[in-house]
Design a protein around this ligand. Structure first.
Ligand code: PLP
Length: 395
């Protein structure tokens, strides 16, 4: 068996995306800013991609700016709102403790520049309460930035309600929707979203592609100065193949979304049911209010890294948290934010399923994880102490 179960880290490119990219590397190689034929064709590819992407989230094409990925879009969205705030003497930003580091580290920088940042509690469920957003808004709040779905535990936030609160209070609302776009429905109008970040490689597009939606009237701040590409808001010759691949991938995912959601939700629930049979285990984040393919667990008395290595030997590729933090010994900031203590947060396992997963593969994952946990516990000193009653079980 070879099962890729780390789709929150990245996804395999779809055939459709690759097929859309190839001509942009062969005959349509021109610089989109030039006036002759190959350049103009490249320009057309970009504008068609902009239209296709805008249609998926119910935006207007002019409101889409192409970026190098989700991280850049997050940086640009937050910087832009902060600059507008600074001009108006509003230097307070609201976010949450379990955002992606692209958001958290940008906020840290802004704090160093004099901004005041409030991080809301994400509760044990991993779901934000809109009334707590309302209560945190002050006269000097210039931005609320809250992710649509968490990349580690998959919990989905009440974005429409949060956006409604922000609209009522006159505050810009940005959402990092990198894990959501292409997977769950998003409508920037109905969902009251002012700015949104997305990344191509999280929905079967190429790495190094992404976009920022910014509602008409919101002035973007440049992160990269130079030529007049992207209406002067993002300099540099456009990555035409990546833009074409991203748009093709998103169009395809959007068309198959309902079918994929139904299938993945059933697979995810089968996985959760099977793995919670392991004694002293727990699911991280709300059981149903989560992304269709996401299941994230803690197992007491074992180390996340060892689980991953043994699963890899069985042909299963998974994660202990986010790819950005694996390799460090610190437990995930997301698991700590939902109240998992250090000891337990270390024994975490994130499985994020792809649309091609089968029931047989899910059953193989369940059986393999059970084996691996049993094996690791059989020589874990911590597990021995737990069983002997010298240490209290937490889960
Ligand atoms: C992957 C991810 C990002 C970063 O996107 P890149 O395109 O890899 O820069 C940002 N936010 C979330 C929630 C993500 O999952």
């Amino acid at each position: 068996m070879n099962i890729y179960a780390d789709n929150a880290a990245t996804t395999r490119m779809s055939r459709t995306a690759i097929d859309a990219m190839l001509p942009c590397m062969e005959e349509i190689f021109g610089n989109p800013s030039t006036l002759y034929r190959t350049g103009q064709r490249a320009k057309e590819v970009i504008e068609q991609a902009r239209e296709d992407i805008a249609a998926v989230i119910n935006a207007s094409p002019k409101e889409i700016t192409f970026t190098s990925g989700g991280s850049e879009a997050d940086n640009q969205a937050i910087r832009s709102a902060a600059e507008l705030g600074r001009k108006n003497g509003k230097m307070h930003i609201i976010s949450t403790a379990f955002e992606h580091h692209a958001v958290l580290h940008t906020l840290k920088r802004l704090e160093e520049e004099g901004f005041d940042v409030t991080l809301l509690d994400v509760h044990e469920s991993g779901v934000i309460k809109p009334e707590e957003v309302d209560a945190a808004i002050r006269d000097d709040t210039c931005l609320v930035t809250i992710m649509t779905a968490n990349n580690e535990i998959g919990t989905i936030q009440p974005i429409r309600e949060i956006g409604g609160v922000c609209r009522k209070r006159g505050v810009i609302f940005h959402t990092d929707a990198v894990q959501a776009v292409g997977h769950i429905p998003i409508d920037v109008e109905k969902d009251n979203i002012d700015m949104l970040s997305a990344s191509g490689h999280k929905f079967h597009g190429p790495k190094g592609s992404g976009f920022l939606y910014a509602r008409k009237g919101i002035r973007l701040t440049n992160l990269i100065e130079g030529g007049a590409q992207e209406r002067g808001k993002r300099a540099g010759t456009e990555n035409v193949p990546a833009i074409a691949g991203m748009a093709a991938a998103l169009k395809e995912e959007a068309a198959a979304m309902e079918e994929n959601r139904k299938k993945l939700t059933a697979m995810r629930d089968r996985l959760i049911k099977g793995l919670l049979e392991i004694p002293h285990s727990a699911l991280n984040g709300d059981q149903t209010n989560r992304l269709p393919g996401n299941a994230n667990f803690c197992f007491e008395g074992v180390e996340g890294e060892s689980i991953l290595l043994l699963l890899d030997e069985k042909g299963i590729q998974a994660s202990s948290g986010s790819a950005c933090t694996s390799g460090s010994l610190d437990p995930s900031h997301v698991l700590l934010a939902i109240g998992r203590v250090h000891d337990v947060a270390h024994g975490s396992l994130r499985l994020t399923l792809g649309e091609d997963i089968t029931e047989e593969q899910v059953d193989y994952i369940i059986e393999s994880v059970k084996d691996v946990i049993g094996y690791l516990r059989s020589f874990s000193p911590v597990w021995k102490e737990l069983v002997a009653g010298q240490r209290q079980f937490i889960l």
